[in-house]
Design a protein around this ligand. Structure first.
Ligand SMILES: Nc1ncnc2c1ncn2[C@@H]1O[C@H](COP(=O)(O)OP(=O)(O)O)[C@@H](O)[C@H]1O
Ligand SMILES: [Mg+2]
Length: 275
């Protein structure tokens, strides 16, 4: 009799799996356990495949707003995804960052596509929040070497990282394999507390701002994309209210200036009452 493979076992009904395992000899059970560990390790290192799926709990049909946000990348250089806490903003941003870095766009991808390796930035409020939110989501839990590669960027696409000085376990640049060309994409992690100067300099293809920066940093970022036809993604909870930056995305929310109100009042034409 040929031995049951791990794939065969997984295809059995749930209730049958345990009893099948119990009937096996110890060496076969151990082989099955090894196969299971291997499968789990691979699955954990391709987290990107678990989102916006065809069906199941993470099916993209359940996230129409996010899908629209992705799609608008084809026609718009700047995009904002705004919502409350834990509404999936960081997840969407880092998901899109990852697709552009690796060039591995799933067939359904409705958004913009780069056909070459890219240079990207992802930035948050402070060095610490950038490490704990963006770095953690993209690479895996900071400081835990065994978690490296369990974030959104697939483990086997990460070529190397450079460390950031002055903050424990923080990463500065992530070098990623751009699969279609065999080239190398880079993602640099930055924070707004580094000041505007940190956002000056080189041309860039993609900038992901997680949470709202000052307008001067935002403007600096736009300049970096001018020569590359690059893309800017802002994922934020509008905690600061109707700032100048938010109003650029939502001009219809601008309060009407007093002068318009005054001009909208018109005295009836003379003699109108007589008609
Ligand atoms: N498209 C999605 N598919 C599956 N889970 C999602 C999706 N969007 C959000 N989630 C879930 O919500 C959690 C919070 O998302 P996150 O991006 O951190 O929120 P935010 O940045 O808006 O505070 C995620 O860790 C994930 O479990
Ligand atoms: Mg977030």
């Amino acid at each position: 009799m040929t031995e049951l493979s791990f794939e065969d076992l997984c295809r059995k009904p749930r209730a049958e799996i345990l009893s099948t395992l119990q009937q096996m000899h110890l060496p076969a059970q151990l082989r099955m356990l090894e196969a299971m560990k291997d499968w789990l390790r691979k699955k954990n290192r391709r987290r990107v495949d678990r989102y916006f799926t065809d069906s199941g709990k993470a099916a993209r049909s359940g996230y129409p707003k996010q899908m629209q946000f992705f799609e608008l990348g084809r026609t718009h250089q700047e995009r904002g995804l705004f919502g409350g806490n834990r509404s999936g903003k960081t997840l969407c941003g880092t998901y899109e960052d990852t697709l552009h870095l690796t060039g591995e766009y799933p067939d359904f991808w409705p958004g913009y596509r780069f056909d070459r390796p890219i240079d990207a930035w992802a930035a948050g409020d402070t060095g610490k929040t950038t490490r704990d939110v963006l770095q953690a989501t993209l690479l895996g839990k900071p400081g835990d070497t065994s978690a490296f590669g369990t974030g959104m960027i697939p483990g086997d696409r990460i070529l190397r990282v450079t460390v950031k000085h002055g903050l424990a376990d923080a990463v500065e640049t992530i070098f990623v394999r751009h699969v279609p060309t065999g080239g190398v994409s880079t993602l640099q992690l930055k924070s707004y507390d580094q000041g505007r100067e940190a956002f000056q300099g080189t041309a860039n293809d993609l900038i992901h701002l997680d949470e709202e920066p000052d307008l001067e940093i935002y403007t600096e970022c736009l300049l970096r994309l001018m020569t590359t036809n690059g893309r800017l993604i802002l994922t934020a909870t509008p905690l600061r209210g109707l700032t100048d930056l938010m109003l650029q995305f939502m001009p219809h929310l601008a309060p009407a200036p007093d002068v318009v109100e005054a001009a909208s009042w018109q005295a009836p034409p003379e003699g109108a009452e007589d008609e």
